[in-house]
Write a protein that binds this ligand. Sequence first.
Ligand code: HEM
Length: 494
Amino acid sequence: MISLTNKPEWTIPGPSTLPLIGPTLNAISFGKDCIGYSNQLFKTYGNVVSLAASGGTNLYSADTDCPGTILAYGPEIVRQVTNQHHIYHKRPLSGTLYRQKDKSKRTQPLNNFGVGLFGVNEEEHLQQRKLMMPAFHKTKVESYRDEMVMMTQSEIDQLSTDQPCEISQLMQRLTLRIATKTLFGEDINTVDSTAGEVLQEILNCQRSSSIKLFPFDIPGLAFHRYLNLLAQYETKIKKIIADKRATGANDNDVLSMLIQARDEESGHPLTEEELIAHTGVIFLAGHETTANALTWTIFLLSQHPQITGDLVNELDSVLHGEAPTLEQLHQLPLLDRVIKESMRILTSVPWNGRVTSETTELGGYELPKGTEVFVSIYHTHHMSEIYPDPEAFKPERWETINPSIYEYNPFSAGPRLCLGATFAMMEIKIVLAMLLQCFRWEYVPGQTIDRAGVLSIKPKYGLSMMVRSQDREFNNGVGNVEGNIRETVNLPSR
Ligand code: HEM
């Protein structure tokens, strides 16, 4: 329907906004607890809602004329959005900061940062993705097994029993080491400041809301520091690329594979800009997501002693205290089910973000061109029609269910299915198998476990666990969990 102002009429239900400030408050509420806030909206308005009735929030899109932002869930929505590649476009992860990209020489790195596969769509995306596929092929990924084991062992060696451990920090450090080593061939324990560490700092900096509110390149402001970090990253990565090119780029890391990649038709390699952009995105997409999946799995196990006991028995009987070999990774069915269930109930990436490239229809509503669309993987994973008793952590449910990719999609679906899914699953299995055989991870009672994050969900205030020798006292530390995590998963009584 077209209104008198020639602006398409916005018919999607959602909360109203305050005069003058428009959708800002709604966007802030979403940013503070995207799961809790969207739970309320879905309950009130149905499975397709506007985040703000008065217009777009620009949480994702850099377009100045974004007409609206919608949240939606359910297998049919997932199917339409993930498969209609030509309608639902992805955008660079830098969001509105992307607008600054050509303002000065200092802002030019924004052309590359968070862009990579996220900044290309349709044919260009398929072509770039095809070039990257060999670096993520199963056999290539399997060649990283030894490095994953080595890094995990090195972290295990630094842990002391009967001491508290900030498990989300441990997982961040470990996945950062693995990502940096397998992506660039650097170990953060041996090189002073690695490209991976700078990328991590950029990501931390990008989370500060002041960088979007005050995008001015003035010393003292977060945006100034952000640009410094981007420049630092570009210098580092250019040097790594030059060094690898000089020695024939035959190291066993993703960047070397990307340097060697050639387009099938033209025979052209990726340009330096493309290499910078792709490595940044691979790092951003792969490191925190995996760390959070690991953190939540350890947390869920700490509150489910029977499952943990069975899992440790399985690990012991197959691995006998050793790290899993590639063959053994396929002989651990309970480990597989535990991870599947953990990534269902506390999916690390809760939303798929898109922007419509033309007017389209979704869930019975017309979406104008430029609409921001957030499809909830989380809420699809919590539908009782698909998963009876959805808030119960029940790895055994996977013995009898076989949901479609649109019903279960922690790694998304369609042409943008996570390129690193095999890598991530192997890493998660290796790290868990090693950590659970060595130690019993005991929840430190009385913590508030609140969800935080929009790109990837993590415990807002961290997660402290006591590192115990593997004495099989799995009932210790069960209970006494406070916080909104109790809305996501049924936990033992307080
Ligand atoms: C538990 C860990 C992980 C989860 C839950 C996860 C999840 C996802 C999801 C949901 C998407 C699709 C986003 C969308 O369609 O909007 C995605 C894309 C992507 N992921 Fe992962 N990911 C994980 C680990 C990794 C790792 C380890 C890597 C690389 C080493 C990686 C590389 C990528 C890349 C390159 C894309 C973009 C694909 C494209 O646009 O064609 N991810 N991931």
